[in-house]
Design a protein around this ligand. Structure first.
Ligand code: ZN
Ligand code: ZN
Ligand code: ZN
Ligand code: ZN
Length: 430
């Protein structure tokens, strides 16, 4: 064949392939354009002269997001962020057009992302702007499993002082970390949570189980007092209000007498969201008011202890009338339980096992934590999850225990006491 015929055939086959709908990225992968410099062979890059601004991607990173913030917006735990959506340059697309290059697909993708961000933000603002005092101070974040409404800050975290935007991303990350840990500890499958409804969370009716965590964290108590009743439908007032079961909502206001800084707020969040996650896993139900308060509180304290700082301090202020700042053994519950075990004065499981969450006092909370700790450590998280599922299906504690752990409530105390003496510290810091 002559060179001219070859060229004609190539052109023909190209035409045919295009007519057959083969995407042009595939073609380029087969036949790299000889004029392209080597650094632009990546699949989606159209042939053409090199571009230093965008490497021929057609779009470049938006420069409208302060130092370090673009990484937060691009992180897998950020689905939408109001601060990003409000960016004047990109409107939440996180990229802007390169005016030297044309790349229709990239431009369309950016436009679609911008539109999604704007729609989402408009819906959030439509719902919350009228509830809060200063709408401009409230941020919104969507993560893979949560919708967060947030105005905390500035707060000191470790050594750095964080403003509302950065803190909101930190809390978004902490929410996702907690959920991940929850799933891992109990060895849950994703299908052990209800499927996510198509509708936005607020449009969903109360009878349809919705696994999304709706979280509201306010710097001002007046915002909490205005928002909490509307998002939970519960008349209760207070710095922390939650709704569990089919609909998972937590709303809090930063009461600085109860929660001094970031660590206290974080602890409170871990505790409360553990309640939400526990009730929101299948079969969906809150068992704290069904005579299984020790399981409900014990698990929440267990995550507090393991995720925050190996102390327990949150008492669900909304449930138990505990004086602010008071705690048992300064949060060193393992130590306290060991000391009681040495005195032979542990509370009896049978006496507490049928109480609701709001019937447990501080020392009962410490026992509940240690009982859950004992069961997870000696039986494994998956068995504990099976036990929890049986309780949610309204099986009696006695039967559920026997079926999952192979012993009943009457054998509990002796096993527990022996384990505590073998594993819990007798002195501080050991
Ligand atoms: Zn360019
Ligand atoms: Zn952001
Ligand atoms: Zn931007
Ligand atoms: Zn609690």
């Amino acid at each position: 064949m002559t060179a001219a015929v070859m060229r004609l055939l190539t052109a023909l086959s190209l035409f045919l392939l295009l007519a057959l709908g083969v995407d042009d990225a595939m073609l380029r992968a087969q036949e790299p354009d000889p004029v392209d410099p080597p650094e632009v062979v990546e699949g989606e890059i159209p042939p053409g002269p090199p571009c230093r601004t965008c490497s021929r991607r057609g779009v470049k990173e938006c420069s409208g997001h302060g130092r370090g913030l673009l990484e937060l917006e691009q992180s897998p735990t950020t689905v939408q962020c109001s601060f990003a959506a409000e960016c004047r340059k990109c409107g939440g697309a996180l990229v802007v057009d390169c005016n030297r290059c044309e790349h229709e697909l990239a431009e369309q993708a950016a436009a679609a992302r911008r539109e999604l961000a704007q729609e989402w933000l408009a819906a959030r603002k439509a719902r919350f702007d009228k509830m809060v005092d200063e709408p401009s101070e409230v941020g919104y974040l969507r993560t893979p499993h949560a919708e967060l409404v947030f105005s905390l800050g500035p707060l000191t975290v470790g050594r750095s002082k964080m403003g509302t935007h950065e803190l909101m991303h930190l809390y978004g990350q902490r929410i996702e970390d907690l959920r991940q840990r929850f799933v891992e500890v109990f060895e849950l499958r994703e299908d052990e949570f209800p499927p996510e409804p198509e509708t936005p969370p607020e449009a969903n009716d109360e009878n349809t189980a919705d696994p999304r965590l709706r979280i509201h964290m306010f710097a001002e108590l007046k915002d909490q007092n205005a928002v909490a009743p509307q998002v939970t439908g519960i008349g209760t007032r207070g710095p922390s209000v939650k709704l569990m079961g089919t609909t998972l909502v937590w709303s809090m206001g930063h009461d600085k007498k109860l929660m001094r800084g970031d660590e206290d707020v974080w602890r409170s969040m871990v505790h409360n969201l553990s309640h939400l996650l526990m009730s929101g896993a299948e079969p969906v139900a809150w068992i704290g008011n069904r005579a299984h308060g020790w399981v409900d509180e014990g698990v929440a304290h267990w995550f507090e202890y393991h995720l925050v700082d190996e102390r327990c301090a949150n008492f669900c202020f909304e449930e138990v009338g505990v004086a602010p700042g008071s705690n048992w053994k300064n949060g060193e519950w393992k130590l306290g339980i060991r000391q009681i075990a040495e005195q032979g004065a542990l509370m009896s499981f049978v006496d507490l096992m049928d109480k609701n969450s709001d019937q447990l006092d501080m020392i009962a909370h410490a026992h509940a934590f240690a009982w859950v700790d004992f069961l997870i450590a000696t039986q494994g998280g998956r068995k504990f999850a099976d036990f929890l599922q049986r309780l949610k299906k309204q099986e009696a504690t006695r039967d559920a225990m026997q079926a999952t752990f192979g012993f009943g409530p009457l054998q509990f105390d002796e096993r527990f006491s022996t384990w505590v003496k073998e594993t819990y510290p007798l002195q501080k810091g050991r």
